[in-house]
Design a protein around this ligand. Structure first.
Ligand SMILES: Nc1nc2c(ncn2[C@@H]2O[C@H](COP(=O)(O)OP(=O)(O)OP(=O)(O)O)[C@@H](O)[C@H]2O)c(=O)[nH]1
Ligand SMILES: [Mg+2]
Length: 216
């Protein structure tokens, strides 16, 4: 069956929460930002554009998947974010055999652009390429639009490259980089890919959230 994307709103999305949250000291998906767990916030934001049910890449003993289908890593050992991307690709190939790509969104970046998936999809123009977002000259490859066709190469790379640097994997494929602007707020420009890794980041995120809510 041919694989295609008819409409960016139909691209499946897997939320990535398979890390250790070691810098946060607690599972960051459940860290509260503006009285909402990060995971709930991310679900609501991506739900504004995507039609298919979301899945969650996380450990098999995850405490509360909030109704999302749990997609654990297929290679154990915390092999990094691309292990989550691999699990997302494999799961998508199984559940949506006619779909060409899956999008990944980490659960720790609460201000990501709402036009993320549509702009990544535009960038690949119906091809079998990958796309990742960029802001302030930085790649954000934990977010991405990944073609199902990279599954075998990604699996081989994950088990055989001892360094597992994400940029080394990207260099093996054609990857479109899509620039997203900062968001102007009363306290300065916000990087839409600001991500919450530490308790201090959470304090900073509250300030950005308040500044964004002022603008509503
Ligand atoms: N499946 C999977 N996802 C991972 C792994 N490591 C990181 N991630 C995910 O990749 C994204 C970016 O990782 P980090 O921001 O470093 O999050 P983290 O690894 O949970 O946090 P730290 O332990 O503090 O580095 C998050 O969505 C993580 O859940 C992994 O080994 N497997
Ligand atoms: Mg992070």
């Amino acid at each position: 069956m041919p694989r295609y994307i008819a409409d960016a709103a139909d691209i499946p999305v897997v939320l990535l929460a398979g890390g250790r949250s070691s810098r946060m000291g607690m599972n960051k998906a459940f860290a509260m930002l503006g009285n909402q767990p990060l995971l709930t916030r991310i679900m609501a934001r991506i739900g504004q554009t995507q039609r298919k049910p979301l899945s969650l890449n996380a450990d098999a003993d995850w405490p509360d998947a909030m109704g999302l289908r749990l997609v654990p890593d297929t290679h154990p050992g915390k092999l990094g974010p691309l292990a989550g991307v691999l699990a997302a690709l494999q799961d998508t190939a199984r559940h949506y055999p006619d779909v060409s790509h899956v999008a990944t969104v980490p659960i720790d970046s609460p201000f990501f652009p709402v036009d993320l998936v549509v702009r990544l999809a535009e960038a690949i123009q119906g091809s079998n390429e990958a796309a990742i977002p960029v802001s302030l000259d930085q790649d954000h490859p934990v977010f991405g639009l990944w073609p199902i066709s990279v599954i075998d190469d990604l699996e081989t790379w994950i088990v055989s490259d001892p360094r597992r640097r994400v940029r080394d994997f990207l260099a093996r494929h054609t990857v479109r980089r899509v620039e997203f602007p900062t968001i102007q707020t009363s306290i300065g420009p916000l990087d839409p890919f600001f991500n919450v890794n530490t308790p201090d980041d959470l304090v900073e995120a509250e300030k950005w959230l308040a500044a964004l809510e002022e603008m509503l």
